[in-house]
Ligand binder design. Structure first.
Ligand code: HEM
Length: 268
């Protein structure tokens, strides 16, 4: 009897921690979309594409038509994928609007492929901030997104929904890598009260590690969660505590990203 109560509580704790995580992450992802629209979208509407280069390193190149189109598409798709991810994970939409779930899923997977391939093209033709680690880190992120999206889509087609769910969650976590990068970066700076391990050229030890950690660490956390669902109460409680702590850290990082990066750029 007592065992059953503990098991039931562990299920509740795990679910509660995931809902807490999802709510905070969704707010943070919506803030990222608001920034993409409010900074890049607003400058584009005004025809002032050069303003993008106040943030970008490779960025907009006058006369470089093909690369500029890829960049503009990347920024537009960044808003689409960041909005589409949390919507796709809402159980309410899956249960009550299955057609919407299927269509949003197709758009999400296609966007994941296009944004990653476009991103790879930009990294290796125009460059990005930081050194080789960042370029290699984000390139591996892009390749993993493409792989996971294709596998998730295949399992959905085969109607093998347990595997589809696992691979769709992996796709979501990988596609949130660039968001995790920014949020983790700001958490790190706030926690250390300064840019420890970052370096003036944005190529310090922290940046090199986080270039890979920003998607591998969340992926490991997801795997722990998927395993905990099938394991005993202890593993579920431990994962719930892990999620709770990470959500608090993400909250700090989101606050930092909004205040130090996104809001100031939107307001100027
Ligand atoms: C899948 C989700 C992705 C989202 C939501 C996303 C979003 C963004 C955003 C918002 C920017 C503008 C930079 C900023 O203001 O922070 C950007 C730039 C960029 N992204 Fe992505 N991105 C994604 C994936 C990728 C991938 C997989 C790659 C590479 C393989 C990539 C490569 C780039 C490059 C090269 C830039 C321009 C950097 C510069 O010129 O400084 N992105 N992305």
């Amino acid at each position: 009897m007592a065992d059953k109560t503990v098991a039931a509580w562990s299920v509740k704790a795990l679910r509660g921690s995931v809902i807490f995580w999802f709510a905070v992450a969704t707010i943070g992802q919506l803030a990222f979309v608001a920034y993409i629209a409010g900074f890049y979208g607003r400058a584009a509407m005004a025809g002032d594409f050069e303003r993008w280069n106040k943030v970008l390193v490779g960025g907009y190149v006058p006369g470089g038509l093909a690369g500029n189109i890829v960049l503009a598409a990347h920024l537009l798709l960044a808003a689409v994928i960041t909005l589409g991810g949390p919507a796709q994970l809402l159980p309410w939409i899956r249960r009550h609007h299955p057609r919407l779930h299927r269509w949003n899923g197709r758009i999400y997977m296609l966007t994941a492929l296009l944004i990653s391939l476009g991103g790879l093209y930009m990294v290796w033709t125009r460059g990005t901030a930081g050194g080789p680690s960042l370029r290699i880190g984000i390139s591996l992120n892009g390749l993993l997104i493409v792989g996971a999206a294709i596998i998730a889509w295949r399992f959905a087609r085969l109607r093998r929904f347990a595997e589809h769910r696992r691979w769709a969650l992996r796709t979501f976590v990988l596609a949130s890598g660039v968001w995790f990068f920014r949020v983790g970066l700001m958490f790190w700076i706030l926690a250390n009260r300064g840019p420890v391990g970052i370096g003036p050229d944005f190529d310090g030890p922290f940046v090199r590690a986080w270039a890979f950690g920003c998607y591998l660490a969340p992926l490991a956390m997801l795997e722990l969660y998927l395993a905990a669902e099938r394991r005993g109460p202890l593993s579920r409680f431990a994962t719930a505590v892990g999620f709770g702590s990470l959500t608090l850290a993400a909250g700090v990082g989101i606050f930092g990203a909004v205040m130090a990066m996104w809001l100031p750029r939107m307001l100027h």
